[in-house]
Ligand binder design. Structure first.
Ligand SMILES: Cc1cc2nc3c(=O)[nH]c(=O)nc-3n(C[C@H](O)[C@H](O)[C@H](O)COP(=O)(O)O)c2cc1C
Length: 181
């Protein structure tokens, strides 16, 4: 049974990223994955203020270990100012280098209020994960106008986007099983 961690990629209280993550979890489980959600709302940002790069920070270490003790990572990413949230870059910049994403299967789900569904965020994030030698899963989903096409109770109400999401979740589970490090 592959272990998959879902990263909710913002610390915004009440985010759609966390709601979409919670929707995704049981679907991945139905495909045989062991799933946990890690939210950047729980990241110890107060402990990295002041430029603590390279220092041993127990709270950051604990957060990172919980996240990286996995066979695969699914990032749920909003679009903020044409990119992914700054807090997500902070989180990446405080990951142990270079091993964190090395040969780790990673999938991406974008979600945004706008018409492009965080396409820009995901593509920028893919560049970084590629630089960090992750194994990028080729199927991606972009939930545009997210509050219109996603409902925490009903799921994705747009038929086409729902089809893409179900395909990603099913195929990513087997991709992780095959490619786990
Ligand atoms: C700081 C900030 C910047 C944002 N910039 C964009 C943007 O560039 N494009 C867009 O489509 N939505 C933008 N939004 C709206 C988000 O897409 C919207 O909040 C959506 O629900 C996804 O974010 P969430 O996961 O925080 O809910 C922005 C929201 C915030 C808080």
């Amino acid at each position: 049974m592959p272990k998959i961690t879902i990263l909710s990629g913002t610390d915004r209280p009440g985010s759609m990223a966390l709601k979409v993550s919670e929707y995704i979890k049981p679907v991945l489980e139905s495909h045989g994955a062991n799933v946990n959600i890690v939210s950047l709302e729980d990241y110890p940002f107060e402990d990295i203020i002041g430029g603590k790069y390279g220092q041993d920070i127990p709270s950051v270490k604990k957060f990172n270990e919980e996240l990286l003790d996995t066979d695969g990572l699914l990032m749920v990413v909003p679009e903020y100012n044409g990119s992914f949230p700054g807090v997500l870059k902070f989180f990446i910049d405080y990951l142990p280098f270079p091993e964190s994403f090395e040969k780790l299967p990673i999938a991406f789900v974008g979600e945004a209020a706008g018409a492009f569904g965080a396409l820009r965020s995901v593509e920028q994030l893919q560049m970084i994960c590629n630089y960090r030698n992750a194994i990028l899963f080729p199927e991606r989903v972009f939930l545009q106008r997210v509050s219109k096409i996603f409902d925490p109770e009903k799921g994705i109400t747009d038929e086409f986007q729902n089809k893409l999401m179900q395909s990603l979740l099913k195929n990513f589970t087997s991709f992780v099983e095959v490619n786990k490090r």
